[in-house]
Design a protein around this ligand. Structure first.
Ligand code: GLU
Length: 544
C-alpha cells in the first residue's frame, strides 16, 4: 500500500497579496501545516482563527528583521498593506503559511527565536546605551589632510550592526555617507587572494605587523610592504587586482564587490575626495616609487595608474548601515547574510580576518588585539569595521581620531562592547559567571537555566564529577529550580550519600525548603535513606 504523504500547507490562491503567488516554494521542506500552526498559535489568535498583521510585523521587527531586508521584501509589502487597509489587517492560517514561505526561513526563525542573537531586543538596548554614553566624548580631531575630511561635522556618530542571520540595528548617523579610506584595504586584499591565491599575493606583500606608522617609508627585509593593511601593502593589492583590465573596469569590479558585500545597502563614490587624495599624495607616490625601486611590484605594473586606483578605492562611500553588512559578510565567512550570496571564499576571509586582527588598527593593532580581541579595520574618515566571527559585523562611524588615527569613539565603543559581552576571541576561557560578561548568543536566562539544570541533574544522578564541575564554574550550590528544589534535595531523595556529603562540604544549606515545604532531610526520610537522614540531622550541639 503506498504511504500517504502528509498533507502540506494548504496553498490555494485567495486572490490576496498575503496569499502565495504561483510557483511558491515550500522553503523549509515539506513541513506541513502542523509546523506552521504551532508558530501561528504563539500569537493572539482571535475567535475567527486570525492574527493581526501588526503583531507579526512587531515580532519581525523585534527580532531584528528590518523592512529593508531583501529576503522579506514581499512579506513586508504584504504586511504593510495588511496593516494599512482597514478590515484587511487579519491573517488566517493560510495567509500566515504563505507569508512564512515567501520569507524563506526568516519569518519562521524570527518567530521561533532561532537567530544567532535570540534576545535581539536586549542587545539593541545595550548598544543604544553605549551609543548614548559615548555621545558626549569629544576628544580627538578630524583628519584634515584633505579639505573634504576636514569639513566633516565632528559630531557625526553612527553605529550599525548586522548579525550573520541578518538581524539589524542602527542608531545615530547611520545613514550619512562617508568615504571608506583605509577600510578598503581588507576588501582589496580579499580580491587579490580570490584572483591569485595566497602564494602569489604574498610574493608581493608580507603578513607581519610593521610596528611602524601606516604610511611610513619602510619595507620588510624582502623589500616588500609589511602587510596589506598599511598603505604600501594596499597600493600593492591594487597592482594585483585585474591588472590586465582597463582602469574603469578595475574600479567597477571593486565597486561591484562592495555592492555585493553591502547586500543592497548604499555604496557610492566621492569624486572630490578622490581628486583631493590624488593632489596630496606625495607620501603614497613616494611609497610607490620606493617599492618600484625594490622591484616589489608584479611585472608590467603601471605605477601612476595603480596609485590612482588606490585613491579611487579610498574614495568609495558607504554609510554605517551598509558597512555593518559588509562586516557581517566577513563575520559570516564570506556569505552575505542578507542575500545569501557567497562573495569571498571562507579561506579568503580567514586570511583577511587574521591580518585585520594583527594589523587592522594602525599602531594600536597590538593593543587592540590584546584588549579587544576582534578583527577590525579603521580608516581616517572615522569609520571602523568590527567583525565578531560567526556572530555579527559592526560599523562605528565617528570622525574624531586619536593620535594613532583611530576613531576615538570607535575604540571606546569596542572597549564597552567586550566589557559587556564575551566577544574577545579568548573570552571562552573565562566562564560567563566568573568574568561577569554576557553571551548574547544564548537565549534569555539560558545560561542560568542550563547551569542550574546541569547541577541539579548531576545531583539527581549522584554524578560527583559533574557536580564538581558545575560548582567549579562558579555555580551556587544552593541554586534552585522553579520548584525551589536544590541539588541537595535531589541527591538526598535519590539516596546518593557521597553527593550529599560533598554538597554539604561545599556549602549546601540543608534548611532550604522546596515549594511544598520539604527539606532534603524529609526527602531522604521518604526514600528511607537512613544514612543520609543521619547526615542531615543536626547534631545536638548545633541544634541546641
Ligand atoms: N587615503 C589615505 C591615504 O592613503 C588613507 C588613509 C587611511 O585611511 O589610513 O593616505
Amino acid at each position: 500500500m503506498p504511504t500517504a504523504k502528509k498533507a502540506g500547507p494548504r496553498l490555494q490562491n485567495t486572490n490576496n497579496e498575503l496569499s502565495p503567488g504561483p510557483g511558491t516554494k515550500v522553503a523549509e521542506g515539506d513541513l506541513g501545516t502542523g509546523y506552521y500552526y504551532k508558530l501561528f498559535k504563539s500569537f493572539g489568535v482571535d475567535a475567527d482563527g486570525r492574527i493581526t498583521a501588526s503583531e507579526l510585523a512587531t515580532r519581525l521587527r523585534e527580532s531584528g528583521i528590518s523592512e529593508t531586508d531583501p529576503r522579506v521584501t514581499e512579506v513586508w509589502a504584504a504586511l504593510r498593506r495588511g496593516i494599512d487597509i482597514e478590515g484587511q489587517s487579519r491573517i488566517d492560517l493560510d495567509r500566515f503559511i504563505s507569508l512564512c514561505q515567501k520569507g524563506g526561513s526568516v519569518v519562521a526563525k524570527s518567530i521561533r527565536g532561532d537567530f544567532v542573537i535570540p534576545d535581539f531586543a536586549a542587545l539593541q538596548t545595550e548598544i543604544a546605551g553605549i551609543y548614548e554614553s559615548l555621545r558626549r566624548v569629544d576628544a580627538g580631531h578630524v583628519a584634515d589632510y584633505i579639505p573634504q575630511l576636514g569639513r566633516v561635522d565632528p559630531e557625526n556618530f553612527g553605529i550599525a550592526l548586522c548579525t550573520t542571520d541578518g538581524q539589524r540595528f542602527a542608531v545615530g548617523d547611520a545613514d550619512t555617507m562617508f568615504c571608506v579610506q583605509s577600510v578598503c584595504k581588507p576588501i582589496n586584499y580579499c580580491l587579490t587572494l580570490e584572483e591569485h591565491g595566497a602564494d602569489v599575493v604574498h610574493r608581493h606583500v608580507g603578513r607581519e605587523p610593521s610596528g611602524r606608522g601606516f604610511n611610513e617609508l619602510t619595507l620588510n627585509s624582502d623589500g616588500l610592504p609589511h602587510n596589506p593593511m598599511i598603505n604600501s601593502g594596499a597600493i600593492m593589492s591594487c597592482s594585483l587586482i585585474r591588472p590586465k583590465h582597463d582602469t574603469a573596469d578595475r574600479f567597477e569590479y571593486v565597486a561591484e564587490t562592495w555592492r555585493r558585500l553591502a547586500g543592497g545597502g548604499t555604496v557610492g563614490f566621492n569624486n572630490a575626495v578622490y581628486l583631493s587624495e590624488r593632489r596630496t599624495a606625495d607620501r603614497n607616490f613616494a611609497l610607490g616609487y620606493f617599492m618600484r625601486e625594490h622591484g616589489s611590484f608584479p611585472e608590467g605594473t603601471d605605477l601612476v595608474e595603480t596609485l590612482e586606483f588606490y585613491f579611487q578605492c579610498c574614495s568609495i562611500e558607504v554609510d554605517a548601515r551598509s558597512l555593518s553588512v559588509v562586516a557581517a559578510a566577513l563575520a559570516n565567512g564570506g556569505v552575505n547574510p542578507l542575500t545569501g550570496e557567497r562573495v569571498f571564499s571562507a579561506d579568503t576571509v580567514r586570511k583577511c580576518l587574521s591580518l585585520m586582527s594583527s594589523c587592522g588598527m594602525y599602531d594600536y593593532s597590538g593593543e587592540f588585539a590584546f584588549t579587544i580581541g576582534l578583527p577590525a579595520k579603521s580608516g581616517v574618515s572615522g569609520g571602523l569595521m568590527i567583525v565578531v566571527p560567526g556572530v555579527m559585523g559592526i560599523c562605528v562611524w565617528s570622525p574624531r581620531l586619536d593620535a594613532l588615527g583611530n576613531s576615538v569613539r570607535g575604540v571606546a565603543f569596542c572597549k564597552e562592547l567586550v566589557g559587556r559581552f564575551n566577544f574577545h576571541v579568548y573570552d571562552s576561557f573565562a566562564a560567563g559567571e566568573i568574568s561577569g560578561k554576557r553571551d548574547p548568543r544564548r537565549g534569555k536566562n539560558e545560561e542560568e537555566i542550563t547551569s542550574t539544570m546541569r547541577l541539579l541533574w548531576a545531583a539527581s544522578q549522584g554524578d560527583l564529577d559533574d557536580i564538581r564541575i558545575a560548582l567549579a564554574t562558579g555555580k551556587d550550590p544552593n541554586s534552585t529550580d522553579y520548584d525551589k528544589r536544590t541539588a541537595l534535595h535531589l541527591a538526598a531523595s535519590e539516596g546518593h550519600l557521597e553527593a550529599v556529603q560533598y554538597l554539604l562540604n561545599q556549602g549546601a544549606d540543608p534548611k532550604i525548603n522546596d515549594r511544598w515545604g520539604g527539606t532534603a532531610r524529609s526527602d531522604a526520610e521518604r526514600g528511607a535513606h537512613e544514612r543520609i537522614v543521619k547526615l542531615l540531622t543536626p547534631s545536638p550541639a548545633v541544634a541546641g
